[in-house]
Design a protein. Structure first.
Length: 202
């Protein structure tokens, strides 16, 4: 944790100041994970035995490489080929990390994950007497998740819809916000008899 904290900020909003405990950050958004990924290699260097340290640093580099290519604001056929090759290298390194490094260490839930599990258990068993809180459960790296599976869809999505910065749910939210007065006026026009009856009862 102290390693991330000791990394200075960079630029106006490129790398922000890290909190004291990165793993306990609440309400994380995409930029938090992006900052952690960009600074992870120096933060993780030397924390593990050499044979595992190399695997982890290469994995972090492959992830940063794929992320940089996937978020490019201008793509060509050549950059999409680079993105596909980067995904293949990332997939191979993920499998190596899962098979070689993860099997060598016993990992457990984080305190935040333990608290979330206990809250969920208490919520689902309110009618039953509260059970004594259990300790952290073993938790291993899982390759079979949708987030990892979806990495292979980025190249095709960019071909069909454009770069990843060209579409966002904010567009719909902004449109709804800007058209709300117009939609209210339109509803009043089409339902004038309801509005008139409401005004007459006041």
């Amino acid at each position: 944790y102290a390693r991330f904290r000791s990394i200075p900020s960079f630029g106006k909003s490129s790398i922000r100041r890290f909190p004291t405990n990165v793993s306990s950050m609440k309400q994380q958004v995409a930029r938090h994970f992006e900052d952690m990924l960009q600074c992870a290699i120096p933060a993780f260097e030397g924390l593990f035995p050499d044979k595992h340290d190399d695997v982890i640093r290469i994995l972090l580099f492959r992830m940063a490489e794929w992320h940089a290519l996937a978020k490019m604001r201008l793509h060509s056929d050549e950059t999409l080929i680079l993105l596909e090759k980067s995904l293949r290298r990332l997939g191979a390194q993920l499998r190596k990390f899962s098979k070689f490094t993860c099997s060598a260490f016993r990992t457990f839930e984080l305190p935040g994950e333990i608290a979330a599990r206990h809250r969920n258990q208490n919520h689902t068993s309110e009618s039953q007497p509260s059970m004594k809180a259990a300790g952290p459960r073993p938790k291993s790296f899982n390759l079979f998740t949708y987030k990892l599976h979806a990495l292979g869809d980025y190249m095709q999505s960019i071909k069909v819809f454009g770069t990843t910065d060209s579409y966002t749910t904010q567009i719909v939210s902004t449109l709804f916000k800007n058209t709300r007065p117009f939609m209210t006026h339109l509803w009043c026009r089409e339902n004038w008899h309801i509005v008139r009856s409401r005004n007459s009862t006041r």
